[in-house]
Write a protein that binds this ligand. Structure first.
Ligand code: APR
Length: 394
């Protein structure tokens, strides 16, 4: 089979790309390893930046998020020095987030793509991309019935995430800049309403804890976790007790407890592939760059890159103008490195000590730096404006 653009993966990056290409009259096909139910029920991120919402608005993809999402513009830091709030929506350039679970966005995008008559194959796993340095690349796949097949294209868009076929098919010259923040999180989804009307970041000598609203009935929590310890090692009771301690519930009010619907381990590592274009293979989203979840940038970058790539591919295929494709990598890498730099800053701020369990919670040089940085953020309007601009920016 063939299509002018074969898009690997139906996450936010692949779906936005597929919709924009289809709307521009470009022949494209999406190949997705998982089932439709799987992609549209998988809970992931949930904070959409203003620029992401503008992109979705521009292409008529935002009805669901305006209907069911909520606006959000405050975060609260809790430390040994008390708590303080930053109304980031009123600082910097005045941008707020929309909180809308990523699986809802993916479900909206998928419905839209199918309504347009877009081609998508579920249960179809890309195995490798071949001949990317030529003009007729092809993708080898395992089809739903298990048979091998081949998809021929003019361009292949690798939107298949961190473990996808695009990354495995990069030529030896591709650089992967990798960094390990040395921190691990236990991510939790609790069947409970939010406990505060803000994103909560708790910096504690026992480790970081975080609180992020998702919907009125489901809330995300994070606990800094000892790397290598299984997610199931603690009882629900122990997890809630630890969240209470680190979020300083005794000082600032109780957390709404509920059944834990999901637990996952996140090692805070990141990487950037450079360049993002290898002949007729182009990377976007997690396939292009992984970010630690501390600043919720991943899904926002994915949407931005998809819009840029759609424009570049449309110019190339409909008008023979390849300037957009030639500039694609540099243009996206500028955004990616900005997001990586801020995410690294945020990660160091939140983890006073990368491994408190091992050091017995003693104070360290790094903890003192984090405390000083928070004092500056609490008191300096200039620092707050910088934070706000970066926190919601992509
Ligand atoms: N063949 C086909 N599809 C594949 C393959 C493969 N070999 N490997 C992975 N996929 C599919 C996955 O099943 C998934 O649906 O590719 C899709 C990739 O989607 P995401 O992981 O959501 O990646 P992306 O679209 O880049 O969105 C990235 O969302 O939540 C955030 O952390 C996430 O920041 C990231 C952002």
């Amino acid at each position: 089979e063939s299509a002018d653009v074969v898009v690997l993966g139906a996450g936010p990056a692949g779906l936005v790309l597929g919709i924009l290409l289809h709307a521009a009259g470009i022949d494209c096909a999406l190949l997705e390893r998982a089932s439709r139910t799987h992609v549209q029920t998988r809970a992931r991120a949930g904070f959409l930046a203003p620029n992401t919402v503008r992109i979705l608005d521009r292409h008529g993809l935002s009805d669901g998020l305006h209907r069911d999402g909520t606006r959000h513009g405050t975060c609260e830091f809790r430390t040994q020095d008390g708590r303080f709030r930053l109304d980031y929506g009123a600082l910097g350039q005045g941008g707020q987030h929309h909180v809308y679970p990523q699986q809802n966005l993916v479900a909206d995008l998928l419905a839209h793509y199918l309504d347009l008559g877009g081609r998508i194959r579920f249960h179809t796993e890309a195995l490798a991309v071949h001949d990317a340095d030529g003009t007729r690349p092809y993708v080898t796949t395992r089809e739903p019935d298990g048979r091998p097949a081949r998809w021929t294209a003019r361009y292949v868009a690798g939107c298949d995430g961190r473990h996808g076929a695009a990354r495995r098919s990069l030529p030896p010259g591709a650089a992967r800049h990798h960094h390990d923040h040395g921190v691990t999180w236990l991510g939790l989804l609790a069947e409970a309403p939010p406990s505060l009307d803000a994103v909560g970041y708790a910096i504690h000598e026992r480790g970081f804890a975080g609180h992020m609203a998702r919907t009125p009935d489901v809330t995300r929590y994070y606990l800094q976790w000892q790397r290598g310890t299984p997610a199931e090692a603690w009882t629900e009771q122990r997890i809630w007790d630890e969240l209470d301690v680190r979020m300083r519930a005794a000082d600032h009010g109780p957390l709404h407890r509920g059944r834990l619907l999901e637990r996952g381990i996140f090692d805070l590592t990141c990487d950037v592939i450079e360049p993002l274009r290898h002949g007729s293979l182009l990377l976007a989203g997690d396939a292009a760059s992984l970010l630690a979840p501390a600043a919720a940038k991943g899904a926002n970058l994915a949407v931005l890159e998809a819009e840029i790539l759609a424009g570049a591919l449309t110019d190339a295929l409909a008008r023979g103008d390849t300037a957009g494709l030639d500039g694609y990598s540099d243009r996206c890498l500028a955004h990616i490195w900005r997001a990586q730099e801020f995410t690294g800053w945020m990660t160091r701020l939140l983890h006073a000590d990368p491994d408190p369990a091992r050091r017995g919670g003693g104070s360290s040089f790094r903890a003192a730096l984090s405390r000083s940085r928070l004092a500056s953020l609490r008191t300096s309007r200039t620092h707050q404006d910088w934070f706000a601009e970066n926190y919601v920016g992509v």
